[in-house]
Design a protein. Sequence first.
Length: 252
Amino acid sequence: MILRDLGKLDALIACTKYCLDVCPELKDAQIAVVADSWTAQSQQIGDLRPDLVIASVPYQEKAIAEIMKSGARFLGLAPKSLEDIYGDISVIAAVMGVAAAGDVIIANMRDEIARMRTRTRDLFRPKVFCEEWGKPLIASQRWVAELVEAAGGEFVGTSGAQALPEHIADATPDVLIAAWCGAGDRVPLQKIVAARGWQNLPAVRNGRVYCIRDEFLNTPAPTLVQGLHALATAIHPDCFPHAEGLRCIDIQ
């Protein structure tokens, strides 16, 4: 996504299947599809002879070792906040020789998030729990908590940390959002509500349980702006139109 917005897709010789999900134009680019930063394979990377491998969270230690073993230069990113993501975009832009284009991307993201904060500033702030994984239950990253705040919500739980379902229930969230890493928009909302005994939570009783497409919240890239708009619709459905990548629970 970052390379696309920098106008540097022609520099890619390989990507992961998740890159294809957020950047469909790559499907016609005739480039290799390789394992991601969780399951990286040194032989696979080495055979392609890249000048540089860029990867970001989530990692496994053994996957990083595989990337390093390939012999390619490695730019490993591990952002936690929006500011970290802006910094990573700037680094990638500089490495690719298009620093000014990186500045434009960052400015556009900052402006859109600032506009959203202005639009939601005087709205009631519902309590929102957003998760990036289901088993174990893990709350979304800090940058997602920042986007929830910008979209007019109050993030409950500890961002990026494992949580117990009963502790989330005790917080009585008004809105529940699932964006599982690698799951696209396929999170089984009814099943997780039933399995966790969340049927009586305000969010569930009021039909405010949502799935947001994984790539819109978990990919530290300009696609977070799309995630921001999906969050705004989930948190304040009366104020924002339906957004791409947002699915609501089917109340039966």
